[in-house]
Design a protein around this ligand. Structure first.
Ligand code: TRP
Ligand code: SF4
Length: 406
């Protein structure tokens, strides 16, 4: 349930830390989802390079190359600058400004209890992550999201808590700064402008929500406001905020759009990840891709060609689930369990399918790599658009926080 401002279509925003060239895990886990979203919503996708520094502050030299490699891969898979704004976090200094302003109202305990804070410290225990920047990781992410008034944030399971903190920050911000001195009076007079029937309905729905926690009433009231075309933007924001008892909605609460876990495992059956050394890169040479799949481990029970196997114990079967249709899957099940096919034979349709999937991606990436100014121009164009939206929000935020003077 997101409280987006009326009249605005849902805006989608997501960021990715610049990890360099992407692999099939990214493609099936994240990018295919972005491709679907860009066809349907206004999308902003960005490189979270500051977030990379929170954990990799001692490796600044790798960032630049990683950024361009990653954006090139986005474009190569079909992320379309005509449908999505692509930009780099550190090129929009307003994110940092909002981060510092939000830090004024963020209780330390909110950040300390975000699960990734402790989890990552344990996972990356050879890094000293007892830094101010790392504690602020989720808050920087909140600034990323709130500055674009994003309604939907596609993230994996591990990031849902960050979106939750973002919602809490937005509520706290609106509570603190959305109150005008004569807020109640202004809200009441805005209700008066709705017209008799709508005003009565608005009051009833507001009471149902505030007194009885009726979420359905809240939704209905929002829909009612959405339909009011003749009220001013200021009144509209007031009436949205008043519904929830608080002030004007300055920062809207986003919803996490949980990305289903990828079915694409790594070559060894674990999650595909560079740190496990089990990836197939999107731009890898075909011979290398074929070699990697040919040497993938299979059901250990199939020591000899004549030993029957069990696809459920074989990572190659997971690949068939991603790449093969029913007929091939049936052939694998039969052939493996009866030892009538060999593992190399079984892998061939997977090799063919992966190569067919990667060919156009590799070709587009090669063309883009030939023309680095094209990629840079796309990004600087995206940065310009993003900066305009971000600055718009900041004007409102600064004014709300008493910094609107010149
Ligand atoms: N923390 C996210 C990740 O590691 C990256 C990110 C940064 C992000 N800012 C964001 C994702 C804002 C969504 C929205 O994947
Ligand atoms: Fe795995 Fe296929 Fe070999 Fe069976 S035949 S063990 S599914 S590679």
């Amino acid at each position: 349930m997101s409280s987006i401002l009326p009249g605005q279509p849902q805006r989608v925003l997501s960021g990715m830390r610049p990890t360099g060239r992407l692999h099939l895990g990214h493609y099936h886990g994240v990018l295919k989802n972005w491709l679907r979203l860009q066809a349907e919503y206004e999308c902003l996708f960005f490189v979270a390079d500051w977030h990379a520094l929170t954990t990799h502050y001692d490796e600044p030299h790798v960032i630049e190359e990683n950024v361009w490699d990653m954006v090139t891969d986005w474009l190569a898979v079909g992320v379309d600058p005509a449908n999505a704004i692509l930009f780099i976090q550190s090129h929009i200094p307003q994110h940092a400004e909002l981060h510092v302003l939000l830090s004024m109202i963020t209780p330390l305990s909110w950040l300390e209890r975000v699960p990734t804070y402790k989890d990552q410290q344990i996972k990356l225990k050879d890094k000293d992550l007892s830094t101010y920047g790392f504690l602020g990781y989720p808050l920087l992410q909140s600034a990323d999201i709130l500055i674009y008034r994003a309604g939907l944030v596609p993230v994996g399971e591990d990031q849902v808590a960050h979106v939750e903190v973002t919602r809490e920050i937005a509520r706290r911000f609106n509570y603190l700064y959305g109150r005008e001195p004569d807020y109640e009076n202004m809200a009441e007079s805005a209700i008066g402008k709705l017209g008799k029937k709508a005003a009565k309905l608005y009051r009833e729905l507001r009471t149902a929500y505030l007194e009885r926690g009726d979420g359905g009433a809240l939704e209905t009231a929002r829909a009612l406001l959405d339909k009011q075309k003749s009220i001013t933007l200021g009144d509209r924001e007031r009436l949205f905020g008043y519904l929830e008892g608080g002030g004007r909605v300055i920062l809207s609460q986003p919803d996490a759009l949980l990305t289903a876990a990828s079915k694409m495992p790594g070559l060894d059956g674990q999650k595909m990840s560079k740190s496990y050394g089990n990836v197939i890169g999107l731009r890898e040479a075909p011979e290398e891709v074929a070699r990697k799949i040919r040497t993938m481990p299979t059901d250990p029970a199939r020591v000899h060609r004549t030993d029957p196997g069990d696809p459920d114990k074989c990572p190659v079967w997971q690949f068939h689930l991603v790449y093969s249709g029913d007929a091939v899957r049936e052939w694998v099940q039969q052939g493996c369990r009866s030892a009538s096919i060999g593992c190399l034979e079984c892998k061939q349709p997977v090799i063919d399918a992966v190569l067919a999937e990667l060919r156009p991606i590799r070709e587009r990436a090669a063309a883009l790599a030939e023309d680095p100014t094209l990629v840079k121009n796309i990004v600087s164009d995206g940065c310009r658009k993003a900066r305009d939206i971000a600055e718009d929000t900041m004007v409102d935020v600064r004014r709300s926080m008493g910094l609107g003077y010149s």
